[in-house]
Design a protein around this ligand. Structure first.
Ligand SMILES: NC(=O)c1ccc[n+]([C@@H]2O[C@H](COP(=O)([O-])OP(=O)(O)OC[C@H]3O[C@@H](n4cnc5c(N)ncnc54)[C@H](O)[C@@H]3O)[C@@H](O)[C@H]2O)c1
Ligand SMILES: [Zn+2]
Length: 352
């Protein structure tokens, strides 16, 4: 197949031949100076795709998979390997994995010898539309998500939908939840196009165009506010309630992927948008019906009071009010909307 690579934004490359693209991007770096970070799943499923023989086996660093590994211990492992191999200033780390690997690898590289080069090769839909771009890197610490981290940009981000072949459908849906949020922030035509896709049945290739669009939306917001002083908070839409649901389900030992939790959060926050900013209530019902047809939306057993308490514990809140980004209409958002306990509990009850 010809390599139809397409440079989307400055450092993002979209390709259907990731192995060749990566070879080109690393051509000027000596083979012994190139390191690859994977988790155990991406070592198995994604390393063969990028042409494992092209990389020195001893330079592949593998950490256990999933969110529980996004910690200081894994970062130490990365630093130790790099340090023992006398990494030079020009050395390069390739982060091959989902959001966990991109966040952790970006952080490890940014601190090592005050900053070494790194390239993200995101292998989940969520990492392609969100985690691998925008310059936020970090790890969880002291039981808190992304507590330690830095803003730092990857030298390049190389995207290929080929990786989705080994992802389970729920992982695809998780990424779709973030794409849906981007579309709601962008406008009606973006929302309409996205709602025409059935992410459960779409072929990998089919995601290329919507991913590019989703990235454009995220990049246009991030470029106005790279360090999250204002505008970038809009990307939190669906997340204040979504994070609370994620924590609630963790306590119950039920697994809920991040984008699935965001889909639940979007529904709650649309009801708040109706109350606070006159969002169209009929459109809210239509979106809720659509999300229910795609995601396994389940508010069963969710206690509104407990959910409110979880939201309140988020850092950016006052004594009893919680800070949200809300929508006045699709494509028009307002950050720093404070909602009362009563409003939040009402919205949760409506969402059910
Ligand atoms: N930096 C940011 O702006 C940002 C934005 C959103 C999310 N995040 C972070 O992203 C992380 C979530 O990302 P995620 O959902 O990609 O999780 P993840 O990286 O944990 O990947 C999910 C699972 O899929 C496996 N996997 C990855 N690629 C695969 C492939 N191609 N085939 C088979 N299995 C594969 C992984 O091993 C893991 O088990 C969280 O840590 C979150 O905080 C960061
Ligand atoms: Zn998110």
């Amino acid at each position: 197949m010809p390599n139809t690579n397409h440079k989307l934004m400055e450092n993002i490359v979209f390709t259907n031949n990731v192995a060749t693209e990566l070879q080109d991007a690393t051509n000027s770096t000596a083979r012994e100076d190139i390191f690859v970070l994977t988790d155990c799943n991406t070592l198995k499923y994604c390393m063969p795709v990028i042409g494992e023989l092209a990389f020195k086996e001893t330079n592949v660093i593998t950490i256990p998979a999933n969110e529980t590994s996004k910690n200081l211990e894994s970062v130490s492992k990365v630093w130790l390997t790099l340090s023992q191999r006398l990494v030079r200033r020009n050395s390069l780390l390739i982060n091959l994995g989902g959001g966990m690997i991109c966040d952790l690898g970006g952080f490890a590289a940014s601190c090592f010898k005050r900053g070494m080069r790194y390239i993200n090769v995101p292998t989940t839909l969520l990492a392609q539309v969100d985690a691998s771009v925008g310059g936020k890197t970090g790890i969880n610490f002291n039981g808190l998500k992304n507590e330690i981290g830095v803003f730092s940009q990857a030298e390049a981000i190389i995207m290929d939908t080929v990786f989705f072949s080994t992802l389970d459908k729920r992982q695809i849906l998780s990424g779709y939840g973030e794409m849906f949020k981007h579309a709601l922030l962008a406008g009606c035509s973006d929302l309409k196009s996205l709602m025409e896709i059935n992410p459960l049945h779409a072929e990998n290739e089919f995601f290329r165009k919507p991913i590019k669009r989703s990235l454009e939306i995220k990049q246009s917001i991030v470029s106005k506010d790279p360090f999250e002083k204002g505008e970038r908070k809009s990307l939190n839409f669906g997340h204040t309630a979504g994070h609370a649901i994620e924590s609630f389900r963790i306590h119950e030992n039920k697994d809920l992927y991040h984008g699935e939790a965001v889909a639940h959060g979007i529904i709650i926050e649309l009801y708040l948008s109706i109350m606070k900013l006159n969002f169209d209530s009929q459109l809210c019902e239509e979106i809720k019906t659509y999300l229910r047809s795609i995601f396994n939306i389940d508010f069963n057993g969710i206690n509104a009071e407990s959910l409110y308490n979880l939201m309140l514990h988020d850092k950016k809140n006052t004594d009893d009010e919680v800070n949200f980004t809300l929508l006045s209409r699709v494509g028009e958002y307002k950050t720093d909307c404070y909602c009362s306990k009563k409003e939040i509990i009402d919205a949760i009850e409506h969402a059910k």
